[in-house]
Each structure stands twice: as structure tokens, then as C-alpha cells.
Ligand binder design. Structure first.
Ligand SMILES: C[S@@+](CC[C@H](N)C(=O)[O-])C[C@H]1O[C@@H](n2cnc3c(N)ncnc32)[C@H](O)[C@@H]1O
Length: 354
């Protein structure tokens, strides 16, 4: 199986390189409005945002920042196939502007856009982002009533373009091979993910030479796009990330044998992406082995309760709970070549024997 991964270092307001109705799944995490690390970026996109922040008109700044994101969502709406899914990782912001500490509910603004633009809202996921800082509690300390709740979660908003589900060819081999295990479904399709570990945000720690890229990487953990890709797409599908950052969505697409396209305004992240790519085959191997070993472990426990398991995996021989899991087939990256921000990968079937 062959896949292709392209990155365009330009603003995703205009994704003219992508044909309308051609993307199967969009996974992204935009810059978060009203989180200070993104003030400069939003101000560079619109002078009025800079001015609103200077005069502490926070509501106006918040609205204008979302207007900038909406330009990208509009393009996403154009390029997604009917029935295609959009997954957006976003956190709300809290901030003190002038004398007022307040919440800026980014997830509401984004949901409104998709609600008003012919998307169907699907149940979302909350994932917990632990904050260990001893100073995390804000407000009046132990004294009521002016203490504030700490935000330690982010949202993965999920929308489908149009009201009709994506049509798939009957008996599509890719669909059955892309199935997930029963116990993965139970974990991945629950609305709260408490087991996703954060990713290193300190670029200086990754390597001192990257510290000037920006203060924090703002990358999401690979586990997030990896799960979403497996939940909402098939092998060889096309995945888009219009806010590519360090390219985590592309890395997850490569590991999952999907094609990917990314847009990023800051070209300096390519070097870091290539560095991560060097480790990709090992990571792919590790992830596949873990998935299969965890399944075997799960089956062992399940057998203590249910002796008779009816189905067996065609490719891996171990038992599976449902008929839908029998054709699960994992792939591993065989090799890759690179040509000007474009990567071509070949994948081969993942062989696993105990
Ligand atoms: C939150 S980060 C994405 C992090 C990414 N998910 C990762 O794992 O590395 C948002 C990224 O979007 C980029 N960006 C912001 N506005 C953009 C735009 N209009 N077009 C393209 N890229 C943009 C920023 O430079 C930043 O790298």
C-alpha cells in the first residue's frame, strides 16, 4: 500500500491545492483565541485584534479572533466530502483583562460555526490535561465566593458534513481491515478520555536549537490524532490538518496508512517533523505490537468470564469478540522517500506471531 503526505507552508484561508469534496477526515487543533501565546499571531492577521487587546476590549478581540478561524473552517467545509468528519481539538481560555477574570468559551464559538454551516454536531470528547502546578487555583484562595474553577480539560469537537453518512462500497476490504478491537471501541468511543498523557511542550527540552521556534510547541499528543484516524477513517483515506504545527496529524496518518495534507504558516517546523519521522518505523512497530498484546491480554481476562469466544482473527489467529473484528489487519511502514515537503510511503502488512 502506498500513501502520500504533503505540507503547504502557507495560510490555510485558501486551500486552493485541494479539490472541493475530496477530504475524508479533518483533524486539527487551531491556535486558541484569548490564550496569550497566540495574541501575536492573531494580531498579525488583523490589526483590529491588536487594537482591541490594547484597549482591553476582550469581547471584541475574542469575536475577531474567531472570525479569523472561521475563514479556515469555511475552506474545510468546501474540501470535506459529504459525510466526511471534522474533529477539532480546542480548549477554552481563562484570562484577566483589566479587573475582570473571565472565561472565553472557544468550543461554543466553533460549534456555532459548524452548526450554522450545514454540519451535524456529533457527541464530543473531553480529555483531561493535568496541570500539576501548585499555583493552579485562581481567585480568592480558600475564601468564598471569589475562587475560580481550574480548567483541566480540552474538547475534541466532532461534526459531520451534511446529514447523510458517507457512502462506502459494499464489502469494502479497506473498511473491514481498518476495524478496531471491541475493547478499543469501548475506550475510544467514550466521551471522557482520562488516559491521554500530555506531550512535551518545551521545545528547548526537545533540543535547545528549537527554542526559538516559539515559546511552546502547542502540539497535541500523537495518541489523539491516532485514535481519531482509527475511529473515523479507513486505510488510504485523505486526512487534512489546516493548522499543522509540528505535523502530529501527518505522523499519525503515516502510522495508520492514510494519506495526509497539512497547512502551516510557520515553515520552521519542517526540520523537527523530519527528525520525528526518523523514529517513525520503530514507533509504528511499537504501537502495532502494543495494540495486539493489549488485545491478547484483554482476551485472557475476558475468558475468565466467558469461556466460549466464537470468532478468530483471520490474520493474527487470536480470538476476537465480534465478527466485525475478524478481518483486522495492521500495516507497518516499509520505506519512504521525500521530495520538497512531500513524502511518499510504502506500507506492508504487519506480521505478528507469538
Ligand atoms: C495549536 S498549533 C497546532 C499544533 C499541532 N496540532 C501539532 O501537534 O503540532 C496551531 C498551528 O497553526 C498555525 N497556524 C495558525 N493560523 C494559521 C493559518 N491561518 N494557516 C496555517 N497555519 C496556521 C500556527 O503557526 C501553529 O503552528
Amino acid at each position: 500500500m502506498e500513501t502520500e503526505h504533503k505540507v503547504y507552508f502557507k495560510n490555510s484561508y485558501n486551500m486552493s491545492e485541494i479539490a472541493s469534496n475530496s477530504i475524508d477526515l479533518m483533524i486539527t487543533s487551531p491556535p486558541y483565541p484569548m490564550i496569550e501565546m497566540w495574541d501575536q499571531l492573531f494580531s498579525s492577521l488583523n490589526e483590529e485584534i491588536k487594537h482591541s487587546l490594547e484597549v482591553e476590549d476582550s469581547k471584541k478581540a475574542f469575536g475577531l479572533m474567531h472570525q479569523e478561524l472561521d475563514k479556515v473552517w469555511k475552506e474545510v467545509a468546501r474540501v470535506l466530502k459529504l459525510g466526511g468528519i471534522a474533529c477539532i481539538n480546542i480548549g477554552d481560555a481563562t484570562r484577566k483583562i483589566g479587573k475582570n477574570f473571565q472565561l472565553f468559551p472557544n468550543h461554543v464559538q466553533i460549534t456555532n460555526f459548524f452548526h450554522n454551516n450545514d454540519f451535524i454536531e456529533l457527541p464530543c470528547i473531553l480529555w483531561r490535561k493535568p496541570t500539576n502546578s501548585p499555583n493552579k487555583f485562581l481567585g480568592s484562595g480558600m475564601l468564598p465566593p471569589h475562587a475560580y474553577v481550574t480548567l483541566e480539560h480540552e474538547y475534541i469537537l466532532i461534526f459531520r458534513k451534511g446529514s447523510i453518512k458517507r457512502k462506502l462500497p459494499p464489502k469494502s476490504e479497506n473498511r473491514y481491515n481498518s476495524a478496531f478491537f471491541w475493547e478499543e471501541r469501548n475506550k475510544w468511543f467514550s466521551d471522557i478520555w482520562g488516559d491521554v498523557r500530555g506531550t512535551s511542550q518545551n521545545l528547548n527540552k526537545i533540543h535547545p536549537k528549537y527554542r526559538n521556534l516559539r515559546e511552546r510547541s502547542a502540539a497535541f499528543p500523537l495518541e489523539i490524532p491516532f485514535r481519531l484516524i482509527n475511529m473515523f477513517s479507513l486505510y488510504e483515506d485523505k486526512i487534512l490538518d489546516p493548522f499543522w504545527g509540528m505535523g502530529t496529524t501527518s505522523l499519525a496518518s503515516m502510522i495508520s496508512a492514510r494519506n495526509s495534507i497539512g497547512y502551516e504558516i510557520n515553515p520552521n517546523f519542517m526540520e523537527l517533523f523530519k527528525k520525528n519521522m526518523e523514529k517513525l518505523r520503530n514507533l509504528n512497530n511499537e504501537i502495532n505490537i502494543n495494540r495486539l498484546l493489549q488485545h491478547i491480554e484483554f482476551i485472557k481476562k475476558y475468558r475468565e468470564k466467558v469461556k466460549d469466544i466464537k470468532y478468530n482473527s483471520v490474520h493474527y489467529k487470536f480470538p476476537v469478540i465480534t465478527r466485525q473484528e475478524t478481518d483486522i489487519l495492521l500495516y507497518i511502514i516499509k520505506n519512504y522517500s521525500e521530495d520538497k515537503n512531500k513524502f511518499n510511503l510504502s506500507h506492508q502488512k504487519f506480521i505478528f506471531e507469538l
